[in-house]
Write a protein that binds this ligand. Structure first.
Ligand code: SF4
Length: 230
C-alpha cells in the first residue's frame, strides 16, 4: 500500500515536471533523422560527441553513399573511420558501426524491421550484446528508431532530477530507469518528448553551473529551495 502511494506521488511529480518543461520549451522534434537506420547510426556516433559533429559525420556517410546497412558492411574500416572522423573516437566508432551491421546481417537478414520486430526485452538484450552498444545507446535506439517505450537515462537526466530532489535509492542506470518506467504510462510519445526536454533543459538552463533565475522548474526544485549543488 505504502509502495503504491510512493509510486503515485512520484508519478505526479514526474508528470508535473514534464508539463512545466513542455510549457516552457514546446515540442522538441526528436530524433532529427531521415530514417530509423540513421537514428541508429546517430545514436552510436553521438557517444561523447556534440550533435553538430555527429551531423557532419552522417553527412560524410551519406555523400559517400554508405549510409545503409549494406554500405556500412562493405566499406573498409579505414574508410569508415575517415568518414566518421568529425564525431571523434573515429576508429572505435567505425568498429561499433561495423559490429552493428554485422549483427544485423548475421542474425536478422540485414533487415532493421526484423530486428525491431523482437519484443522489447529481447531487442534490448540483442543490442546490449552488440559491441559498442551500452544501455543508454540501446534505449535511444529502441525509443527513437524502433518506436518502443523505454525511458532513456543519461547524465543530463541524473543531474536535473537529483537537483530537483527526485532520485532513486540506488544510483544505477536500472534504478533511474525504473523510477520513470514504474511511475509513468509506457507511452512512446511521452518518453520521446520527456527525454528530449530534459536534455534541452540541462544544456540551456540546468547546466553544470545552473541558471536558476527564471527556470521553469524553480518552484519544484530542491536545490532552488536551498539544497546543496550537485
Ligand atoms: S531551479 Fe536551478 S537547479 Fe533547479 S532545475 Fe532549475 S536550473 Fe536546475
Amino acid at each position: 500500500m505504502r509502495l503504491a502511494a510512493v509510486r503515485k506521488a512520484t508519478a505526479e511529480r514526474l508528470l508535473d515536471v514534464y508539463h512545466r518543461l513542455y510549457a516552457a520549451y514546446g515540442r522538441q522534434h526528436w530524433w532529427p533523422a531521415d530514417s530509423p537506420f540513421e537514428v541508429v547510426v546517430g545514436a552510436i556516433l553521438t557517444q561523447s560527441a556534440a550533435w553538430t559533429n555527429v551531423e557532419k559525420a552522417i553527412a560524410n556517410l551519406r555523400t559517400a553513399g554508405v549510409l545503409s546497412p549494406e554500405g556500412l558492411l562493405k566499406v573498409s574500416l579505414d574508410e569508415l573511420a575517415r568518414l566518421v572522423h568529425p564525431a571523434g573516437y573515429y576508429n572505435a566508432k567505425a568498429r561499433k558501426l561495423r559490429a552493428f551491421v554485422e549483427m544485423l546481417f548475421g542474425r536478422h537478414g540485414g533487415r532493421l524491421e526484423a530486428l525491431f520486430a523482437l519484443p522489447l526485452p529481447a531487442l534490448r538484450q540483442e543490442l546490449i550484446a552488440t559491441h559498442g552498444i551500452g544501455q543508454e545507446t540501446a534505449d535511444s535506439i529502441i525509443l527513437y528508431a524502433a518506436g518502443k517505450p523505454t525511458f532513456v537515462i543519461d547524465a543530463y537526466t541524473r543531474r536535473v532530477f537529483s537537483r530537483l530532489g527526485l532520485e532513486p535509492a540506488a544510483d544505477s542506470y536500472a534504478s533511474w530507469q525504473a523510477m520513470f518506467s514504474d511511475a509513468l504510462p509506457p507511452d512512446v510519445q511521452l518518453f520521446n518528448e520527456y527525454h528530449a526536454l530534459i536534455d534541452h533543459h540541462a544544456k540551456t538552463v540546468c547546466r553544470k553551473a545552473p541558471l536558476c533565475d527564471g527556470c521553469c522548474l524553480r518552484e519544484v526544485c530542491q536545490l532552488a529551495m536551498g539544497g546543496a549543488l550537485r
